[in-house]
Design a protein around this ligand. Sequence first.
Ligand code: ADP
Ligand code: SF4
Length: 587
Amino acid sequence: MRIAVLNKDKCQPRQCSQECYKYCPRVRTGDETILFGDDGKAVISEELCAGCGICVKKCQFGAIMIIGLPESLEHPTHRYGQNGFTLFGLPVPQKGKVTGILGPNGIGKSTSVQILSGTLIPNFGEKKTDWDTVLKHYAGTALYDYFKLAASGQLRVSQKPQYVDLIPKAFKGKTIDLLEKANTGGDLDYLVKRLDMADILNRDIKALSGGELQKVAIAACAAKDADFYFFDEISPYLDIYQRINAARLIQEMAKEKGKSVLVVEHDLAILDMLADTVHVAYGQAAGYGVITLPKTVRIGINQYIKGYLPEENMRIRDEAIRFETHPPVEGPDIKTILSYDSFSKSFENVFSLEAKGGSIKEGEVLGIVGPNGTGKSTFVKILAGEIEPDAGEVGIDVKISYKPQYIKADTPIRVRDFLMDIADNFGTSFYEVEIARPLQLATLYDSLLTDLSGGELQRVAIAACLSRNADFYILDEPSAHLDVEQRAIVTKVITRFAESNSKTAMVVDHDIYMIDMISQRLIVFEGEPSKNGIANAPTTMKKGMNKFLSNLDITFRRDEETKRPRVNNYDSRLDREQKEKGEYYYT
Ligand code: ADP
Ligand code: SF4
């Protein structure tokens, strides 16, 4: 089956010469393969279309996709009208279980949730639909009872939105007011304690940091009395300790209270410990999406990592994502490109950072890990020369390119012009192969920086950082706002960039999979969040991970099949054995 998908926002018939219509060979032979609808936008007949793809190339706004669907896909669950996005399959929430959805953005996760929350009645690709049709369709399946409740209007749903930054726009007032309004389940006191939120209750919502907003959003969602809970990403802005804590809380909701919970999560270490089963989602962003049948969490993540879904007979990626079981071996003869002495920095006697001196080697990628509020961004800003330390000389005389944690786009400049201005090698084959293609920049070139979504802006900011001519590249939280597939790509781009150019990079991140794959050595931060922080000297992965994880009191084991790290259950036999031996990460 072939589908034609038109992005109505991109289709601008008044600003083009309707090239799709002019050049379509079927139109030229007299067929009505392309027409223009009441809104002036193109309407493509899938019955008449020959699938040549000429219109896709001719459309200057990239508004058309012609997609040959895998043969196994026959019956859509929902289609947003003619030439709209098509969804196949649905996740199945289960009482007492956490069900995960694993896959990139733009392939129907939110559409699925709208259907499951009863706000969108699935149309199975037809023009008309109603709840009777839906009930007949799902008769005898696990979703029948669920939709019966939805059809009766009695399904109670609680959702945590994906973008917590938008909360201050939607709610004005104190944190406690928002939480009390949500507290129809009556567990607020417990949730406040569990998520360590007592200090922020009387603060204004608009004064909260990203991490604080995330905790408020999680607490508000969990505090509602509902039949179905949906958490659209719990990890953004949280450090690994807070992620694990939130994951355990959500598991309690399912296990101890028997709730049905659905989660979307792009941090795979967290999804792995959080979910009981996962549905892998694949497809083509904005074109179509498939939600597979449920798989156990270990098998689902492993299949995803290997890039092949055997039950569906579907390859979703050319290559597997690879993890190394052993820590990287340090070569003694690697040149040191910079050394820095110990330094310190304090802010109005509220927060102080002590950094121990260290040296950084040519061609290495250094990972930086540690709790929020212990000065990681301050540390990299000092190295990058953005702020001065109080005591100690950093005295770095190499050229540094820096991607900050919070990226702002305040000038409405086109992405192409922005990048061309920075990169001497823009348009060269090296740039194309190593940066532009993997980061999928071509589709963004004509957009204005100010119009980009968080994830798009992150890709452009990473490209910009790697485009500058420098000796040392610092990337603060490159995983933020990226989906699971983009994280794997960015990890590869940074690693290859450092390797093939003998350039040195420093990556601050909370995603353990990314840190595991990207780093050759580690800088571990410790301290009391928002009060003081210690930046330890760079050390080996083995020593660094042991220190970091012993501070968190968690151990990891390696999955036998994919070698990916998996969190051990607290106080399990392996957890105890590894702690006794001091082997928190590499055994
Ligand atoms: P995800 O949650 O996986 O990011 P979504 O379900 O939000 O994906 O969206 C999948 C596709 O459906 C997107 O390309 C989006 O543009 C399209 N879409 C979402 N809502 C509508 C709508 N109301 N009408 C038409 N298309 C829509
Ligand atoms: Fe026409 Fe279909 Fe070819 Fe587009 S892909 S030009 S609609 S025949």
